[in-house]
Design a protein around this ligand. Sequence first.
Ligand code: AMP
Length: 475
Amino acid sequence: MSRFEDLGLIDPLLRAVKEEGYDTPTPIQQRTIKPVAEGKDLLGVAQTGTGKTAAFALPILQRLNAVPMPSPRHVRVLVLSPTRELASQIGESFARYGRFLHFRHTVVFGGVGQNPQATALRHGVDVLVATPGRPLDLIEQGIAKLDKVGIFVLDEADRMLDMGFIHDVRRIIGKLPKQRQTLFFSATMPQEIQALSKDILTNPVRIEVTPPATTVEKISQSLYHVDRHGKFGLLRKLLQDPSLKRTLVFTRTKRGANKLAEQLNAAFVKADAIHGNKAQSARERALENFKRGLSRVLVATDIAARGIDVDGVSHVVNYDMPDVPENYVHRIGRTARAGAEGSAIAFCSPEERDELKAVERLIRLRIPVRPVPAGIAHPAPEPPSPHGQRPALQAHAGHRQVQPPQHRPGPHPGPRHPAHAGQSPAPHPASAAGPGPNPPAPPSPAPAPQSHAPRPNAPSHHSVPRRIAWRKHRR
Ligand code: AMP
């Protein structure tokens, strides 16, 4: 088994990694650290949760350490990330991994005052982590200069495309020197992203890894068939159980997130909402409150929650079923992190049954149904299929690995529902057509009950197998 010591990292980085509690490098770290430290370009097909931040931050810090500090107004390493949360987290990671080295870094994004960012940049920084819009403003004002960037990291390139940032990304790339090292990360490689990678990479090392967030074990999954109007009552009822300590609730829209947080606070459950329309300071506060246990519930939309890494989330509630089935897997991967156990609960109204079916096809599991508590509106049983029953995707409690979503949304004409603009991108044509590379299991002859009552053979929960061996040991 490979060790950090075998990857040629310098002592201050090895000490930092040790303090983080990392025992062994993750697969992407094993394959990335050496070539990046040697100055090679990289194409990493990987997403958040694989340990990719350390995979690029550690060798970058090592390279920076070998050469002197930047001149004023210059940037030596530029990392572009699609969301403010992810940018902040990458900045924090650089600070942690580089705690025994001397280097300057800063994080810039829109939605906050420019002055502190400008001051930091005027002095020059070794590492600038940014979302795409703000650096362009700062360059135009002559505050930042990118003509000395020696290493450029493009993170979550496919997300950049989904979120409409690709044009800004290309403009920024146009301001970088041609002679540089480029590290390119994307969870999927739709055509436009492939073209971009070809344009900007030179003889890259290509590394592909599967995201462990989708293979997290110990997530017990359950499902309630509930009327749209019964969802709030059901959530309140569930929250009477003190084991729902730190609960992340997903809604489909920003408005829905705000409304739910208000309703919960009115019902004396401390809750915050986090989504793209909130000011950066409000988002940070919401996240901090949740991390510190000051709020018990964080209501989030899919995009806002991407890349948020909060340990100790006890429950994930799919208050609305996701438009894009892959998001279910990303959502539930927010619990059971770092070796903890976790539960994922889904609320499915009659209008959302198609979304539920898409999720079950993708994960190749029937999510066990729980009875709705008395007094809460729940729908009539699902009508039988033409064959008289709903096919059992997997009737027994066997452990089947949830396969990673291979098809994240690619270039798309726009959001599926106008009301959800900016929230959930339309599915990639390939993913819309089917469950990806894993076809659904053939219908089993075992009859599958139709009602909202628990199925007699259903397990009380499904454990999704395979612990990820490299998960960090909590200190
Ligand atoms: P990332 O994919 O960079 O967002 O990392 C996902 C999570 O994995 C973060 O919580 C990291 O702290 C953690 N992590 C990264 N590298 C390792 C490692 N070698 N061992 C254990 N945990 C790690």
